[in-house]
Write a protein that binds this ligand. Structure first.
Ligand code: COA
Ligand code: AMP
Length: 633
């Protein structure tokens, strides 16, 4: 039996024994009473009764074990031309001081704090400081508009919001403080305090009494010790797009999270203490939480915090410069970042300029790695390129080539095999298992392994309904795909209204809700159309109210502005087509899937239940006019 099969089978046949062994990699104040508490299934709890502190496991224990002078964090910011390194000892000191500052503002165990920050070290410090106090952080990605931030403020009810004066998008300065002020104005819940880190590039105007300057607080703070929390206590909430405008607050616990992430570093990423690990993502996304901040630090690695892009900061050699300058062993990023490099440097001329001898593995996730991008990266780099599949909900990979167990042959287009702990199945719409090679929806047999979401914040019922009730005994992933005869998993895309734009998860349902509020719009649909750079882009199809006249381009521009204003620039909502009607079934269901196929020039067949087949021809013409449906059907 292969080593992978042996480890995988054990994880499924004896999950409690398997994860109890993995839990030895974590330092506990109190050992658990029960490895897996199934008494309230399908709400499972890992390591019930155990006590630990996540920040202690990320920092203090390494300092105590003699790793204090090793670099813990490298901040590399081509947009400000700064590089700053923090040893474990230095990071521990900064975090303890900021935790003390938060405590001084009244934050204690169980309180929530929102972090709305760019990719600067203070974002990492703020996350770890919350963990140190046992407070629950919720990081909101900086590309979200005030309206989105306000929704999260109202759901998380933060005691304190931590932010910075600005972000820098390549060369553009984006002031965060006015966005934060606007969000607080829009929200019903008003946080008592805000902490603002003033960047050199711009100083934010402070609100007397509410806003506190980061540096001033730190100057007088008393360092805080690590507060023991229960393994089952929440570490963070991370909001992610669902099918409606109300995001899902994915909860992560402390114990299962630490165990799973620590285990993953060795077994999936083949990484040891002292290695330099770089996840080129953003702390606002789950990849940033897990593999910029927590996992590399649990494992005693050096993590890289990169404030830049794969191109334009300053050129398509940016990633290779960082890898060679800091001795990066493992790079983890989204395929879209590689497609951007491929577009600007198709022959890999920039790769040749750098010494990449320390670089061993490239991991890709966030969307499917298309075979073209896989072959391009693999040929030019000559290193293993590993596609692995996961979701905000799981927090760590569901399928991967587990390099620390055994490297399996790579199949382009597949994210390889289920990671130990994940019993992945393909089901038909009735919940029956389908045969190898046949497409269906992907589900994971319960229980999920440690580190995956125990519930949604303040929404147990939504958690059960969205994930656990669809197929009894399974977690419903909302992804479709198949498993081939060799057990390789192929993820083909979402089966709901969630789309993936440049590795960012967005809800077309939410965009529709916004577009529908325009006074001149009678009806609308937003679909995700294929894009060679960003994977997918949203496209709006709108029907105007009868009698509406005026400048159609003006209406389109207003819609683009509304979505950008309410969700944010990362929605990339820029294409709108006006049609006389939307194609629907006789029962009134909008044929979004058929429209998506038309936009992507895929073959499609009008469903027998269609109300008016001519509507499809009209859609095709309208999409062609805005650059989609290029091939004649
Ligand atoms: N704050 C404010 N605005 C932001 C932002 C932030 N943190 N992040 C992105 N934006 C803005 C961008 O400036 C851009 O604005 P524009 O429409 O005015 O130009 C818009 O949001 C879209 O951003 P993006 O989709 O990132 O496009 P891009 O052209 O700037 O960059 C890529 C393209 C492919 C280089 C970039 O999307 C990328 O590297 N993606 C990888 C994503 C990733 O790491 N995902 C995590 C999963 S691993
Ligand atoms: P997020 O929650 O933002 O990480 O997005 C999760 C979604 O991204 C998944 O449900 C998939 O649709 C998609 N995704 C992530 N990684 C992959 C991958 N390696 N292959 C295919 N799809 C992926």
């Amino acid at each position: 039996m292969s080593k992978y099969n042996e480890v995988f089978n054990r994880s499924i046949s004896d999950p409690e024994g398997f994860w109890a062994e993995a839990a030895e990699g974590i330092t506990w104040y109190r050992r658990w009473d029960k490895v897996l508490d199934s008494s309230n299934a399908p709400m499972y709890r890992w390591f019930a009764g155990g006590e630990l502190n996540t920040c202690y496991n990320a920092l203090d224990r390494h300092v105590e074990a003699g790793r204090g002078d090793q670099t813990a964090l490298i901040y590399d910011s081509p947009v400000t031309k700064k590089i700053k390194k923090f040893t474990y000892k230095e990071l521990q000191k900064e975090v303890a001081l900021f935790a003390g500052a938060l405590r001084g503002l009244g934050v204690s165990k169980g309180d929530t704090c929102i972090i709305y920050m760019p990719m600067i070290p203070q974002a990492v410090v703020a996350m770890l400081a919350c963990a140190r106090l046992g407070a629950v952080h919720s990081v909101v990605f900086g590309g979200f508009a005030p309206h989105e931030l306000a929704i999260r403020i109202d759901d998380a009810n933060p005691k304190v919001i931590i932010s910075a004066s600005s972000a820098i998008e390549v060369t553009r300065l984006i002031e965060y403080k006015p966005l934060l002020d606007k969000a607080i104005e829009l929200a019903n819940h008003k946080p008592q305090k805000c902490v603002i880190f003033q960047r050199d590039e711009v100083r934010a105007t402070m609100m007397e009494g509410r806003d506190h300057d980061w540096a001033e607080l730190i100057a007088k703070a008393i360092p805080a010790e690590c507060v023991p929390v229960k393994a089952t206590d929440p570490l963070y909430i991370l909001y992610t797009s669902g099918t409606t405008g109300i995001p899902k607050g994915v909860v992560r616990d402390n114990g299962g999270h630490a165990v799973a992430l620590h285990w993953s570093m060795k077994n999936i990423y083949d990484t040891q203490a002292g290695d330099v690990f770089w996840a080129a993502s953003d702390v606002g996304w789950v990849v940033g939480h897990s593999y910029i901040v927590y996992a590399p630090l649990f494992a005693g690695c050096t993590t890289v915090l990169y404030e830049g892009k794969s191109v334009g900061t300053p050129d398509p050699g940016a990633f290779w410069r960082v890898i060679s300058q800091h001795g990066v062993k493992t790079l983890f990023t989204a395929p879209t970042a590689f497609r951007a490099i491929k577009k600007e440097d198709p022959n890999g001329d920039y790769i040749k300029k750098y010494d990449l001898s320390d670089f061993k593995y490239l991991f890709l996730a966030g969307e499917r790695t298309d075979p073209d991008t896989y072959h391009w990266a693999n040929n030019l780099l000559g290193k293993p390129v590993i596609d692995h599949w996961w979701q905000t909900e799981t927090g760590w990979p569901i399928t991967a080539n587990c390099l620390g167990i055994e490297m399996m042959p790579v199949k382009a287009g597949s994210s390889t095999k289920p990671v130990p702990g994940y019993d992945v199945k393909v089901l038909d719409s009735d919940g029956n298992k389908v045969e190898a090679g046949k497409e269906g929806v992907i589900a994971i047999k319960l229980p999920l392994p440690p580190g995956t979401l125990p519930t949604l914040w303040n929404a147990d019922e939504r958690f059960i309904k969205s994930y656990m009730d669809v197929f009894k005994g399974y977690y419903f992933t909302s992804d479709g795909g198949y498993i081939d005869e060799d057990g390789y998993v192929f993820i083909m895309g979402r089966v709901d209204d969630v789309i993936n734009v440049a590795g960012h998860r967005l809800s077309t349902g939410e965009m529709e809700e916004i577009v529908a509020t325009h006074p001149k719009i009678a009806e609308c649909a937003v679909i995700g159309a294929a894009d060679s750079l960003k994977g997918q882009l949203p496209v709006g199809l709108v029907v105007l109210k009868s009698g509406v006249d005026g400048d159609i381009n003006q209406i389109k521009a207003e819609l683009v502005k509304m979505v950008r204003g309410q969700i944010g620039p990362i929605a990339c909502f820029k294409s709108v087509a006006v049609v006389n009607r939307l194609p629907k079934t006789r029962s009134g269901k909008i044929l979004r899937g058929t429209m998506r196929k038309i936009a992507d020039s895929e073959e499609y067949r009008a469903p027998s239940t269609i109300d008016d087949p001519a509507a499809l021809t009209e859609i095709e013409t309208a999409l062609r006019e805005i650059g989609y449906a290029k091939k004649q059907s």
